[in-house]
Design a protein around this ligand. Structure first.
Ligand code: SAH
Length: 224
């Protein structure tokens, strides 16, 4: 899978892709992430990418020309399955969407900044708009990193133990069960006996019960 992320501050995302699971996925060739600086597609001495909003009001708007030049250039070399715009008014990101996107081959993600992008970009270039939650960030970079992380970890082979993504929260509309590691007892606080029993069938059953219980208590909407 290849993800091309367009941004005016790509440096904001370098760290997200240079550590741990994502770093390994990229090193293993399971994912390719290209951080593209929109300013490289801006013209003129100022390399301008934003301008005042028509009609007045505070805040700059990202211009259509550099974005169009960038997306058209990328599209001339690669076929993209989706051109995604990160936006607080987009569809809310869920595990289901991440699962769908993880099965695609090539994605463009456009990060907004300032007041967002000229509406004509959204109308003519964007195929999908995604929000990571009902709050407003300064820019789309952290949101794009969140989206990319949630997708890349689902690509087969990225997680060491492939079943580990399947047992994560939301994967089957259930929250994950509690987990424990050594020591088996800390200041009198003991790990549930069953987990030390070695009975894999019973442990599996206990974990499922705990998942259901936790979901009922914390997110009954998932069971509806
Ligand atoms: N004026 C816009 C917000 C602009 S915030 C509005 O009120 O809807 C600047 C940029 O940050 C946006 O263009 C978007 O790319 C990104 N962004 C902010 N909040 C986000 C969220 N919850 N999910 C995804 N992207 C977000």
């Amino acid at each position: 899978m290849r993800i091309d992320i367009i941004s005016v501050v790509p440096e904001l995302m370098t760290s997200a892709f240079s550590h741990s699971i994502l770093k390994r996925a990229i090193a293993a060739g399971l994912a390719e992430v290209n951080l593209i600086n929109l300013r490289d597609y801006a013209t003129g001495k100022q390399k301008q990418v934003d301008d005042y909003a028509f009609g007045g009001g505070a805040g700059m708007v990202m211009m259509i020309e550099p974005i169009a030049a960038c997306i058209n250039d990328l599209k001339s070399k690669t076929h993209y399955d989706e051109v995604i715009y990160m936006s607080p008014d987009g569809e809310r990101l869920t595990q289901k969407i991440s699962n769908q996107l993880s099965m695609l081959k090539n994605l463009i993600i456009l990060c907004g900044h300032y007041k967002g992008v000229d509406e004509r970009v959204r109308e003519h270039f964007i195929t999908r708009e995604i929000s990571i939650g009902d709050y407003v960030l300064s820019g789309g970079e952290l949101a794009a990193s969140v989206l990319s992380d949630s997708i890349i970890r689902l690509i087969p082979g990225v997680l060491n133990d492939e079943t580990s993504a399947l047992s994560d929260s939301f994967q089957d509309n259930l929250l994950a069960p509690p987990v424990y590691t050594r020591p088996a007892e800390y200041q009198g606080w003991a790990v549930p006996e069953i987990l030390l029993s070695g009975h894999s069938k019973k442990i599996e059953q206990w974990r499922h019960e705990q998942s259901v219980l936790r979901t009922k208590q914390r997110r009954p909407d998932l069971l509806a």
